[in-house]
Write a protein that binds this ligand. Structure first.
Ligand code: TXA
Ligand code: MG
Length: 436
């Protein structure tokens, strides 16, 4: 099924910001319905589509926007793969609103000809208890054995014996799941291979015409996807670094020996990745991404950029620089006065995006130039929270500017909980990681 109507964006920002307060999700929902708020109408419409149509609905979570479908119906889950053009051997994460919903998933009621009977009670393995107590609702996905007679559509798990599940911190996401009364399968709501979306506009850019509805909850607070952990293996492993760092996990009982179970170029691991999604090209803007390791010498970076701008074979007409902790605007390629003369702030979803001109030699001209090349500069901030929050937006903004190459200042993998997640996404986006 393909959408017959243009994609609509419905704002639910107020609810995502306010949250339920001291109310339960049911009480919150009831009061919104009684007050006939536009947000309640948007959620009711989204829930109706999730229950009754096979076209997925995009919604905000605290990590990135998700593309949701009823995880118990094959047709609806197939709709996700179709809209995203995602390979079907890449399993999806299930989103729940409560531990009750998870309990129902773990203990499907088996219908026999004579009576409805329950299989012996399945519970959440105890290894996960400290994690759930500490990090849920939040950006942590755990793997659980998929029970026999599972309610989940086969397409969700891609025929694995486990399923990945998380309870999102976004109140809006939990409310939508609650009203839909179904576990929602939801990968990030980008077109496959593109950077994950952290705003409704990003989703619209990638999926307009392929889905009907986008719930707009504003910018996502975390900015990178959830951490995926496998506590069923011994020792337990992180299969995807994300919003919860490995050092934080290590402080939980049973997780002291948690291992890195993914590889992104930092480790000399030759195994097939255990989270199937980690083997695909990912998070890639159109422009070539060149990632510089933390601690690279800024002058050497500047020489590299200048070389690309001057080299007609490379053909970089416009470049973007995404800065984090240490690089200065302009990388010293242009004097402060010259930069100020051409400086233009660029309206964008990222806070600090400007453009200015850099004079370079033009080897194609008889006298060697100079010509002026436009450079876009984005500073994500120096703390990891703001770097993670702005990362995908910055890559997307650079694509909108149609730059040819994006140079990114990396951070040390070990310098904070989100650092490994940020570097993992950048390594997947980058064609090369350089140390100069
Ligand atoms: O933050 C998030 O997790 C976002 C938001 C929307 O909640 N969702 C998300 O989903 O990133 P997705 O589908 O793009 O990523 C799912 C990741 C993939 O790397 C996939 O291979 C892994 O989780 N995964 C899912 N189920 C798995 C399983 N049973 N075994 C191993 N890996 C699994
Ligand atoms: Mg994704």
């Amino acid at each position: 099924m393909t959408p017959k109507e243009p994609t609509r964006i419905l704002s639910v920002r107020r609810l995502n910001q306010e949250g339920p307060g001291t109310q339960s999700l049911s009480e919150w929902w009831q009061s919104e319905c009684q007050n006939k708020t536009p947000e309640a109408a948007a959620i009711a419409e989204a829930a109706d589509r999730l229950q009754n149509s096979d076209i997925p609905v995009a919604f905000p979570t605290e990590t990135v926007y998700g593309l949701g479908a009823d995880a118990t119906r094959s047709g609806s889950v197939q709709g996700i793969y179709k809209a995203k053009q995602r390979p079907s051997d890449n399993p999806l994460i299930i989103h729940i609103d409560s531990l009750d919903m998870l309990d129902r998933l773990l203990n499907p009621v088996q219908m026999s000809p004579t009576r409805a009977c329950k299989t012996p009670q399945n519970s959440i393995p105890s290894i996960y208890e400290p994690l759930i107590a500490r990090f849920w609702p939040g950006p942590l996905t755990i793997l659980l054995p998929n029970p026999s007679g599972s309610l989940l559509a086969d397409e969700v798990t891609s025929n694995l014996t486990t399923f990945g599940v998380r309870m999102p911190a976004s109140p809006l996401a939990r409310l939508l799941i609650h009203v839909t009364d179904r576990p929602l399968a939801a990968p990030s709501a980008n077109a496959s291979t593109k950077p994950s979306p952290t705003s409704a506009e990003h989703v619209y850019h990638d999926l307009q015409g392929r889905i009907d509805l986008i719930l707009d909850g504003g910018m996502c607070g975390v900015g990178v996807e959830s951490t995926v952990v496998d506590g069923l293996s011994d020792p337990p492993a992180v299969l995807r670094p994300g919003g919860i760092g490995i050092e934080e996990l290590r402080t939980c009982p049973g997780w002291e020996r948690v291992q890195v179970g993914y590889h992104d170029g930092t480790l000399d691991v030759k195994e097939i990745p255990r989270a199937p999604g980690m083997k695909y090209r990912h998070y890639s803007p159109k422009a070539r991404v060149v990632l510089f390791e933390a601690g690279s010498d800024e002058r050497a970076v500047a020489r590299h950029v200048l070389h690309d701008l001057e080299d007609t074979a490379i053909g970089a007409h416009m470049v973007g620089v995404v800065r984090t902790k240490h690089w200065k605007r302009g990388l010293g390629l242009v004097s402060e006065g010259e930069m100020q003369r051409s400086l233009k702030p660029i309206p964008s979803l990222v806070d600090d995006l400007v453009s200015f001109s850099i004079p370079v030699k033009d080897h194609a001209s008889a006298d060697g130039g100079p010509v002026v090349k436009e450079t876009f500069d984005c500073h994500l901030g120096a703390d990891l929270e703001s770097i993670a929050r702005g990362l995908f937006s910055a890559l997307r903004a650079m694509d909108e500017m149609e730059v040819d190459v994006i140079y990114v200042e990396g951070v040390l993998d070990t310098e904070g909980d989100l650092a490994a997640a940020v570097m993992n996404r950048l390594r997947k986006a980058a064609g090369a990681e350089l140390r100069v």
